[in-house]
Write a new protein. Structure first.
Length: 250
């Protein structure tokens, strides 16, 4: 009875809605798994690549390149050196020493973590430099800089760094592994600075997948109720006609 042509649009609407919702859920789940796999890759020991092959000064951070060794050349912007507080090395609290490099062939500067120091002071570099280090994403949340007029900042946040650098900045920073020129006496920042994979990586994609599958289940439930109600109405009509015929005969 419910396979009659007049019911086909309802069946078709259910198939379309459920198919789309299930497909979008699978797509979001795949995106979640892909982003977790990308974050979990250990590319910190890969051969260094030129920074320009991964991003420009106007590019968003290339998520798949988190922790990748890169090389860049440019000129130190020593007047823009800042110190990131509450950075630990072997359980000792200290500071990251960060000096931007005006990258050759670009109008933007790349913040470079030169090393670690127990106090917010370090020799100022100058001149041309070539840096090899690990590419990192700037930190997005945390304490704000309560005194933007000094050279100590609480986090490697892009919005904080731009207040101290008279140039456009890349949406990233580099933890130096090798720096051309004479040593500056700073302790190196190790691979422990590279964030570990979180169990909540791309959690939003996973939640979107569940949301789409819930919608698919809801669409199927609505179709089932519609089928049941349509069937009850269709089977009740002959009974009412039979009753009317009996009253007429009486």
């Amino acid at each position: 009875m419910l396979l009659r042509p007049r019911y086909w649009p309802g069946h078709l609407a259910m198939v379309v809605c459920v198919s789309i919702a299930v497909g979008l859920g699978v797509w979001q789940l795949d995106a979640w798994q892909t982003r977790r796999a990308d974050a979990a890759r250990d590319i910190s020991n890969d051969a260094p690549v030129a920074l320009a092959t991964l991003m420009s000064g106007d590019s968003p951070f290339p998520g798949r390149s988190l922790g990748r060794p890169v090389t860049l050349s440019g000129t130190w912007m020593s007047d823009s050196t800042v110190y990131v507080s509450d950075r630990f090395r072997k359980k000792e609290r200290g500071y990251w020493v960060v000096t931007p490099v005006k990258v050759d062939g670009s109008e933007s500067a790349m913040p470079v973590v030169r090393g670690w120091a127990p106090e917010p002071k370090a020799p100022a570099p100058s001149g041309d430099v070539t840096v090899t280090g690990w590419l990192q994403a700037t930190e997005g949340s945390g304490p704000i800089d309560e005194d933007p007029h000094d050279d100590v900042i609480p986090m490697m946040r892009l919005a904080t760094l731009v207040e101290h650098v008279d140039a456009d900045l890349f949406s990233a920073y580099v933890v130096a592994r090798d720096v051309s020129g004479a040593p500056d006496g700073l302790e190196s920042v190790t691979l422990a600075a590279i964030p570990e994979v979180s169990g909540f990586t791309a959690l939003r994609n996973f939640l979107y997948a569940i949301e789409w599958w819930v919608f698919a289940a809801f669409a199927f439930f609505v179709w089932f109720r519609w089928c049941r109600d349509s069937y009850e109405v269709a089977t009740a009509v002959p009974d009412e006609d039979d009753g009317n015929d009996e009253d007429t005969d009486a």
